[in-house]
Design a protein around this ligand. Structure first.
Ligand code: 5GP
Length: 173
């Protein structure tokens, strides 16, 4: 059952997505981006933000998993790697939420080994209180507290990803 009020409403999400897209557009003016969505969680944010970014881009996806229930395991599995060659390209990693930072740290190092022209990170949510590795985030939508969030791509056991807003997950027993 879904109850309660959104943590972030559809309006708050969409306003912030457009602001992030404006910053990205101005920072990358005159360049071409390779936007990389990190699936599954980033699918909705990715689809929203790319339509507002005003510079040319190619898109690609990484399918990774690092999460077991609501605990970050730190273990990373690449289910599907990029199809694009990143060498010499301006890669923008697009993530739903940065928590411990382990996932993005791993992916960042993996992509840097492939010699991109540049690599930046854009996340919609930044859960700073739980950070375990120091990782620079170039674009962050909202800083969030240490609560388990669902909706707008974020799941609990693969459910709730389709909610258009973000809510705090609470099991009702
Ligand atoms: P990290 O490696 O930074 O600890 O974890 C990043 C991944 O953990 C995210 O891509 C997301 O899949 C998952 N995650 C972290 N916090 C939350 C949360 O509050 N809700 C959900 N649904 N997933 C989260």
């Amino acid at each position: 059952m879904i109850k309660g009020k959104p943590f972030l409403t559809v309006e708050q999400i969409q306003t912030r997505v457009k602001e992030l897209a404006e910053s990205i557009s101005s920072d990358y003016e005159g360049k071409e981006i390779l936007a990389v969505g990190i699936l599954k969680g980033a699918f909705m944010f990715f689809a929203d933000i790319v339509r507002y970014v005003q510079v040319p881009m190619d898109i690609d996806f990484l399918i990774v998993s690092s999460y077991v229930r609501t605990q970050s395991s730190g273990e990373m599995k690449i289910h599907a790697d990029l199809r694009e060659n990143v060498s010499g390209r301006h890669v923008l990693l697009i993530e739903d939420i940065v928590d411990t930072g382990l996932t993005l740290n791993y992916l960042k190092n993996m992509i840097l080994k492939r010699n991109p022209a540049s690599l930046k990170i854009c996340t919609f949510l930044d859960k700073k209180p739980r950070r375990k590795v120091d990782i620079h985030i170039d674009y962050a939508g909202y800083e969030v507290p240490d609560k388990y969030l669902v909706g707008y791509g974020l799941d609990y056991e693969n459910k709730f990803r389709n909610l258009p807003y973000i809510a705090v997950f609470k099991e009702i027993t």
